[in-house]
Design a protein around this ligand. Structure first.
Ligand SMILES: Nc1ncnc2c1ncn2[C@@H]1O[C@H](COP(=O)(O)OP(=O)(O)OP(=O)(O)O)[C@@H](O)[C@H]1O
Length: 482
């Protein structure tokens, strides 16, 4: 960033009154301002000097704010851009964010919001945003892997970190979605602010509104004092909504409203409070499919899915296995006070490489945890890994999917004449239920141990069991469970 550009703002609007209003507001905040009324004037100003920020109306007499955004993108200019869109034109806002706008404002522009958005655009420039190598120990370093899939993930993280655009991280359970969300936060200008992670599936429906938006004293029985919600806690930072596909429809409507209004109303409060959070959501579900089945609001999907980051399953990037193992072993050994970290024997690597990891990196992590605890010396042997012989070379899921089919179908599957389920979601639920039940049986109904075997945390086990209606009544000794 050119120092001369610090604080310089170009405002583009064809309405003289609005131009003056923006100009006065910006001057009062200590910025220097230049104005333009058309795309042509704006381009002339941009070719003559650089700015820190461009604020442009969407509709201009000789074109659109999108023309300016595309020009800035094509010229690889450093100016951040804020577009001002007409009320109710969500398409414009989403399109602008996709083309690289930092953020958008909706008419009539609320001046308090205007100042907040400008201040956040003026925040410090992300250190790795220009494509510099991720620092050792930094968030992107933690995201190990050189496969093309992981490189694409890292590139997208760096790209989106420069804007406020909502991001949807999509991938199977345990692939590293939360790590990606943290990466987005930590390389963004909001890094100094809070990162608040919320598992949408783990909160009882009746508490969702209070947890998300906070509440006022006396709002309901037990509300003995004012309490802030996730949106207030994440102010100035990033709110990570994990398992967004599990949010009930009623709550989806409330979340949509917050995104549109950029304000939340705590339960029991009369007034709304402006919000200043960057939203990153994650899901293992196919949300488009959820929309088609009426379980997820189309308009919310559209708002959250502005930038999509797919995280591939581990089995599709096995070339990353060794690197990920190194990072995980270093961390695990560090936490356990073991130095230097044990290394994987060649045979152990080969064993891991032939496993399909249905629980992805989380399963690998659990496996290595156990192996570090079991290994006698500084080398981890195939025996320390504890991978059952019959599972090597195929995933547990494959195994179970087959076992769950009726006898005739199982035989057909064995001859590779696989019958396709008519309701995939239900079929997969059934497969998952059987896997969970079997793991629980094998581990004396200890959910922590059964979860660890499947690469799941206790929280995830509880959630999945509740979702699939697996009774907890039979749970055995769980004194060690949190
Ligand atoms: N590329 C990677 N390099 C190193 N560690 C990783 C990588 N990906 C994931 N991990 C580790 O694997 C574990 C699981 O990752 P994370 O919780 O981010 O997955 P997730 O997709 O959010 O899981 P879930 O869907 O179950 O919530 C974490 O401990 C994380 O640090």
């Amino acid at each position: 960033m050119n120092d001369a550009a610090a604080g310089r703002v170009l405002v583009v609007d064809d309405e003289p009154d609005l131009l003056t209003l923006y100009e006065l507001t910006l001057l009062r905040e200590g910025h220097s301002v230049e104005t333009a009324s058309t795309v042509a004037e704006a381009l002339e100003a941009l070719t003559q000097s650089t700015f820190r920020l461009v604020i442009t109306d969407m509709r201009l007499p000789d074109g659109s704010g999108m023309d300016l955004l595309r020009w800035l993108d094509k010229q690889r200019r450093n100016e951040k851009a804020i577009v001002v869109t007409a009320f109710g034109s969500a398409e414009n806002a989403v399109e602008a964010l996709k083309v690289g706008a930092f953020d958008y404002l909706t008419k009539p522009v609320d001046l308090r919001q205007f100042r907040t958005v400008v201040a956040s655009a003026m925040g410090r420039v992300a250190p790795t945003a220009a494509g510099a190598a991720p620092s050792r120990g930094g968030p992107l370093h933690r995201l190990a892997g050189r496969s093309s899939g992981m490189q694409q993930v890292r590139e997208l993280v760096e790209k989106v970190a420069r804007s406020m655009a909502p991001v949807l991280v999509h991938g199977e359970s345990g692939t590293g979605k939360e790590l990606v969300a943290r990466g987005i936060h930590e390389v963004s200008a909001r890094a100094a602010g809070p990162f608040v992670a919320v598992n949408c599936g783990a909160i009882p429906e009746a508490l969702l509104e209070a947890e998300f938006f906070g509440y006022r004293k006396g709002a309901f029985t037990g509300a003995t004092e004012d309490r802030e919600g996730f949106f207030q806690a994440a102010a100035g930072g990033t709110l990570f909504l994990d398992e967004i596909g599990d949010l009930p429809l009623a709550m989806q409507s409330k979340l949509l409203r917050v995104i549109q209004e950029r304000a939340v109303r705590p339960v029991g409060a009369t007034a709304e409070q402006p919000t200043n959070v960057r939203l990153v959501s994650a899901t293992h579900k196919d949300l488009a499919q959820e929309v088609a089945q009426g379980r997820f609001r189309q308009d919310l999907f559209y708002r959250l899915n502005v930038i999509r980051i797919p995280v591939p399953p581990l089995r599709e990037r096995m070339e990353d296995l060794v690197l990920i193992c190194d990072v995980l072993l270093e961390r695990i050994a560090n936490e356990a006070g073991v130095s230097p970290p044990p290394v994987l024997a060649l045979a152990a690597r080969e064993r891991l490489a032939s496993y399909a990891f249905p629980g992805n990196v989380r399963e690998l992590e659990n496996l290595l945890h156990r192996a570090v605890a079991l290994s006698a010396g500084d080398e981890i042997t195939p025996q320390d890994l504890g991978l059952p012989e019959q599972l090597v070379g195929r995933s547990l899921l494959d195994d179970e999917a087959e076992a769950s089919l009726p006898p005739g179908a199982a035989a057909a599957a064995a001859t590779h004449d696989e019958s396709l389920p008519s309701d995939l979601a239900r079929h997969l639920d059934e497969v998952e239920r059987r896997i969970l039940e079997r793991a629980l049986h094998q581990h004396g109904f200890n959910r922590t141990a059964a979860g660890a075997r499947l690469g799941l945390s206790l929280r995830q086990m509880r959630y999945r069991m509740a979702r699939l209606g697996i009774s907890e009544g039979a749970s055995g000794d769980e004194a060690g469970e949190r």
